[in-house]
Design a protein around this ligand. Sequence first.
Ligand code: ATP
Ligand code: MG
Length: 442
Amino acid sequence: MRLSRYFLPILKENPREAEIISHRLMLRAGMIRQQGQGSFSWLPLGKRVLDKVCRIIREEQNRAGALEILMPTIQSAELWRESGRYEDYGKEMLRIKDRQDRDMLYGPTNEEMVTEIFRSYVKSYKDLPLNLYHIQWKFRDEVRPRFGVMRSREFLMKDAYSFDLDYEGAKAAYNRMFVSYLRTFTRMGLQAIPMRADTGPIGGDLSHEFIILADTGESQVFCHRDYLSLAVPGADTDFSNDAEIGAIVKTWTTPYATTDEMHDEAAWEKVPASDRVSARGIEVGHIFHFGDKYSKPMGAKVTGPDGKDHFVSGGSYGIGPSRLVAAIIEASHDDNGIIWPEAVAPFDVGLINMKAGDAECDRVCGELHAAFVAAGKEVLYDDTDQRPGGKFATADLIGLPWQVIVGPRGIAAGEVEIKNRRTGERETLPIADVKQRFGAAA
Ligand code: ATP
Ligand code: MG
């Protein structure tokens, strides 16, 4: 991609409305545009990151056996009356009327709708377990939308819903999502800690919020230092093996870790003082077992092996991809801008032509651009006529993992410079070696 043809509306000044670093950097790097209170457009650079985040989530949901669907954003109030939540949900729900004066709503979540799908088709325990998920926009009329896409009113959510014959099955489904979440966040370069969360009237211990530690987080959390060094399960994890998955969950739920609501001073006192981490955190995911909360009022039941009808036991599993983009920036930036982890970087390489218009610089950049692209790399080629200082500032701000810098003096010596955005390390290499470094033929 040539920067001269791209849409990257960089802001020079710090936007005054942005209170936290991720919001500031997303605005400055031209990733998002605010459209209203808690409402944002995703501009090309931001959209690329959001898509990469979603792709990782998808891959890990699929690996854990969940199936992707897509449900509408606008829902009928009828379903919500069946579960009793239409009245309960309160002002966070955006209520709408259609031309026939029917009550509609913009979905804040999809338990009712997915339960309607389930009950229409699934009649036997033999069709279980089933886990359906989608990645869809939600609207919640938050009391205090703030911090950009971190807490917006319209936001993207991955929400999965599991259906099982009984508690044992539901717990195995819960555990699969638990492990899938560990892998998902690690792949984005994040350290997310599963913390015991409130289960409300459902009770039990099957509710965890996945939290990124960050000073700007909205939640107060408490955990054992051990979490900072626990090994995350690999890609070879066997999601069809309940015992293996259960053992991973055991390891990850044994040390102390709770959100503020679940904090237990007595248990906390037993953690050695030097191992106590009391910090602010950002909730990026939440998994929750709710049993027959929806299946019972909505009549979602299957015939069991005993020949009798059973209301299915369910859970829901949310991740906020749009919030995650901001959380990744909170966790990975410096004074000059964003530092993208490779897996979610909008481009792999920023190719900087220090003297666009110079025949040799243009030729070498063109050659490198083509070679990198042929090697499967995503490249943002700065071919604009801006001065080098401005180009470097932009490159650092948008945080691509690698910068390849081509200038007339280097070319005269047959060399170009590469810079690692994270470490700041620079190397000067012959042109052929640079191609090879990024997987291209010399
Ligand atoms: P919070 O306590 O932060 O309001 P929640 O408990 O309401 O979150 P869930 O209903 O569990 O959140 O939603 C699943 C995920 O969706 C959350 O873990 C979060 O990542 C994301 N999310 C929820 N509300 C918002 C929002 N207003 N803006 C952006 N992402 C959100
Ligand atoms: Mg909320």
